[in-house]
Write a protein that binds this ligand. Structure first.
Ligand SMILES: Nc1ncnc2c1ncn2[C@@H]1O[C@H](COP(=O)(O)OP(=O)(O)OP(=O)(O)O)[C@@H](O)[C@H]1O
Ligand SMILES: [Mg+2]
Length: 422
């Protein structure tokens, strides 16, 4: 009997489930310590020597300056400008890199089940990008990665719809449900009619999504509390210029995006800061910019963002969090309050809530007409996101397992595909 994998290839976390037409094997423990959830991190320690998930992080922390680490690769899928990157002797395209991760998942699951599975139901965001061409590019690249990982039949299911498949059986009568999946890279929403009856495409009343989620909140902490210690607010004045200059917004955007800063080369930093370094108004910024160059040259950006993410997660439970990062001579320590974090990231929260509101508008419904709101994804734990949703939906809010509802729903969808051929 044919087996099909269900893969939630997440910006931050990835999971794999397996089903055949009659049986759901559930999540397969693909992590090195038998865990079902793996961080979507790749690390090349040497040429052709790759590590994944927590093992990639351990290897990186042992020798960060030597190898190459990749995080949030999914973010680049709709980005035409990401073509290829050199990793030791290998020149790799984005599908090549993602294929390494998917192949590892497939092979570990194959070993676990003692089968060679070639069919996969892959999750994808509601919208990789607002631009339909970029969305298609992202799907094409993800499919190419899956094929290069050894799959011969690939199908996609939008992640928020998958989360709904998982949620469905708990409903007793037909209801209007809003599913909200706040992940690491994207926030995705659907409004659907749901009942005990098998789910059909026409039950999806609306679906929206945007590339603003957990990584952007890490970026907000970086921009407001950490990057200034690396000279991000440096002011400079060229002798011929009449105005004081700041770093261009595009450069600051890259400095504050985990995926981009980790990919940034020393040459690119030097190019961006060359002018500023010569004409700085505050001499202290010289040392700050040297620290930035050191951070990139010694490939410590991932280690820095790891600490930032820890602080963010701490702030979901406490009113005040501590951030510290040391790498001689870099030493950044600061306190971040939940209020200050909420304020500095308010722009992202309102973009996300605006996208949720658009989903309701597209469905032709008001928030009062929604019967149940199902929250999922790691970023749903941010207290101010939950607060906004409570204000809108009150006790209609329920939480679905934050990290595995998508993979479980993809499994249900995969089984339907095996049984019906569509
Ligand atoms: N307690 C917490 N408070 C706030 N954020 C959290 C918490 N725990 C995890 N996160 C964040 O949740 C995100 C990961 O969530 P999740 O695993 O749902 O994303 P993903 O599925 O990998 O991403 P995507 O679906 O966007 O591709 C990360 O940004 C992580 O920092
Ligand atoms: Mg997800």
């Amino acid at each position: 009997m044919e087996t099909c994998y269900a893969i939630d290839f997440g910006t931050s976390n990835s999971l794999l489930g397996a089903v055949n037409p009659e049986q759901d094997f559930g999540q397969i423990p693909i992590g090195i310590e038998g865990e079902g959830i793996m961080k979507t991190i790749l690390y090349a320690a040497e040429s052709h020597q790759w590590f994944f998930g927590s093992q990639a992080i351990d290897e990186y922390l042992q020798q960060p300056t030597h190898g190459r680490i990749f995080k949030s690769l999914k973010k680049f899928l709709p980005d035409q400008s990401f073509q290829r990157t050199r990793v030791f002797q290998e020149v790799l395209t984005l599908p090549d890199l993602i294929a390494k991760f998917l192949r590892m998942m497939r092979e570990r699951a194959n070993t676990h089940l003692d089968q060679d599975v070639q069919r996969v139901m892959l999750g994808c965001p509601a919208r990789f990008s607002d631009d339909p061409t970029s969305h298609e590019l992202a799907l094409d690249r993800l499919k190419a990665a899956a094929i290069s990982a050894g799959f011969t039949e690939v199908s996609f299911c939008p992640e928020p719809i998958a989360a709904a498949y998982k949620f469905q059986p708990s409903l007793e009568k037909e209801q209007l449900v809003l599913i909200a999946d706040f992940g690491g890279g994207t926030s995705d929403f659907t409004v659907q009619k749901m009942s005990q009856q098998p789910f059909q495409d026409k039950d999806v009343l609306a679906m929206t999504g945007l590339s603003v989620a957990g990584d952007k909140y890490d970026g907000a902490i970086m921009e407001h509390f950490v990057a200034p210690a690396f000279g991000s607010r440096a002011k400079y004045k060229r002798p011929t210029a009449s105005n004081v200059s700041h770093f261009p917004k595009g450069f600051i955007r890259k400095l504050t995006s985990p995926a981009d800063l980790i990919m940034m080369s020393k040459n690119s930093v030097l190019q961006n800061i060359r002018d500023a370094q010569r004409w700085l108004l505050d001499p202290d910024d010289e040392e700050r910019l040297e620290n930035l160059v050191l951070l990139i040259e010694d490939r410590m950006a991932y280690a820095l963002f790891r600490e930032i993410e820890q602080t963010k997660i701490e702030l979901s439970d406490t009113a005040e969090g501590n951030f510290s990062f040391s790498y001689d001579p870099i030493d950044v320590r600061t306190q971040v309050t939940q209020d200050a974090f909420e304020d500095c990231s308010a722009k992202f929260t309102s973009e996300i809530i605006g996208c949720l509101d658009r989903c309701l508008i597209e469905a032709g419904l008001k928030s009062e007409q929604i019967d149940v709101v199902c929250l999922t994804g790691g970023t749903s734990q941010l207290p101010f996101i939950a607060k906004q949703l409570r204000t809108r939906f009150g006790d209609k809010l329920t939480t679905s397992s934050q990290f595995d509802s998508v993979v479980q729903g993809l499994g249900v969808r995969a089984q339907q595909w095996l049984r019906t051929g569509v």
